[in-house]
Design a protein around this ligand. Structure first.
Ligand code: DAH
Length: 359
């Protein structure tokens, strides 16, 4: 190829480029166009590669022609690249302008509250309507509040019933919510209406009905002329509301050092309806609400005038009630991470944690 032919070939390549450039509508297409011309095997690149085929005195001129062409072609490709990029930005801007952040989003059902929490909130709402305050106490308690203030001195055999986690700092993990009784008496005095939901801990061997971590709701009402009849009426109303059925109660004597008299309020078993099943140990009844009239020693420890006031207290087994309500047979699943196979979120009342609702 002589110099004239070379010039012609370069002109051809540049004409082809003119036709191809507007058709390259993406950065990728442009890059492959570029390598088709300037790459080693490209139409111009291969011409430069052949420079040694020219007589030595022409090589400089050939090189110059080809390099100038290369520069022009590069420049045109870069210019087109700039056009493509600014078109991209404009398109992005158009999309952004058509996005209206005030439109309502798509609600995603993320889950629901835990069954124990659902029942806890239900009970709280009910008691709040009756003028009760919802109190919380610490999970790490002093031995005094967990035992002594509740008429369980160190030597008392009742301590054995509550397998206790003793902490190295001399405190205990509370074995029940009853210490909040004492705390509330000291904090508010009488008359008094409080409930105290919370976690409790016992050194238990785990099985379908025993957990080392479980929930109770303590209830305490102190006023003039409070009697067991008030307590039983309240228990009936509470259990009927939560279970959404006509719950039958059974009242038995029960012993707890902090009440006198002490009673056990049982309800007929949700799982078998009262005919007997493993959940109720074939008795048809489930212990749900131990209770009683607050022991005068406990009132005195709380600085309450025992000549003027009496009161009742109860320790609702919140975990057990949730198990009854949602027909959960094994307590251990409640502390596990995944409740989906056990309880459908549709059955759990209360506000849904995220999203507008379950769909
Ligand atoms: N604190 C008791 C327990 O966990 C339950 C209890 C019984 C609470 C009788 C009470 C009560 O308030 O009056 O074993």
């Amino acid at each position: 190829m002589d110099l004239e032919q070379l010039n012609q070939r370069i002109a051809e390549i540049e004409t082809q480029l003119s036709a191809a450039l507007p058709k390259a509508t993406s950065v990728d297409a442009l890059r492959s166009l570029e390598s088709g011309i300037l790459g080693k095997k490209g139409s111009l690149g291969s011409l430069l590669g052949n420079i040694r085929d020219y007589p030595a005195n022409q090589r400089g001129q050939v090189g110059q022609l080809a390099n100038q062409a290369k520069g022009r072609i590069k420049e045109r490709i870069e210019k087109r690249l700039g056009e493509l990029r600014s078109a991209d930005v404009a398109a992005e801007r158009r999309t952004a302008e058509s996005y209206d952040p005030t439109l309502p989003g798509v609600g995603r059902a993320m889950g629901s509250v835990h069954p124990v929490t659902a029942v806890q909130w239900e009970v709280e709402r009910l008691f709040e309507r009756l003028g009760f305050t919802v109190e919380a106490g610490p999970e790490m308690e002093s031995e005094h509040n967990n035992f002594e203030a509740l008429n369980i001195p160190a030597s008392h055999p009742a301590r054995d019933m509550q397998d206790t986690f003793f902490l190295e700092n001399g405190m205990v993990l509370r074995t029940h919510t009853s210490p909040v009784q004492h705390r509330s008496m000291i904090k508010f005095g009488a008359p008094l209406r409080v409930i105290a939901p919370g976690r409790c801990f016992r050194y238990e061997t785990l099985d379908a009905s025993h957990e080392n971590t479980f929930h109770q709701i303590e209830g305490l009402m102190i006023d003039e002329n409070i009697s067991l009849a008030n307590l039983i009426a309240l228990a009936q109303m509470l259990l009927c509301e939560v279970m959404q059925r006509d719950v039958k109660l059974r009242v038995r004597p029960g012993y707890f050092p902090f009440v006198e008299p002490g009673i056990e309020i049982d309800m007929n078993c949700e799982i078998c309806g009262g005919s007997g099943c493993p959940t109720c140990k074939n008795s048809g009844w489930v212990e749900i609400l131990p209770a009683g009239m607050v022991h005068p020693r406990v009132l005195k420890a709380g600085n309450i005038d025992t000549n003027k006031y009496t009161g009742f207290a109860f320790g609702l087994g919140l975990t057990r009630l949730a198990m009854m309500k949602f027909a959960i047979r094994d307590i251990r699943v409640l502390n596990s991470g995944d409740l989906r196979p056990i309880v459908s979120p549709m059955r759990l009342g209360g506000p849904i944690i995220a999203g507008e609702g379950m769909r």
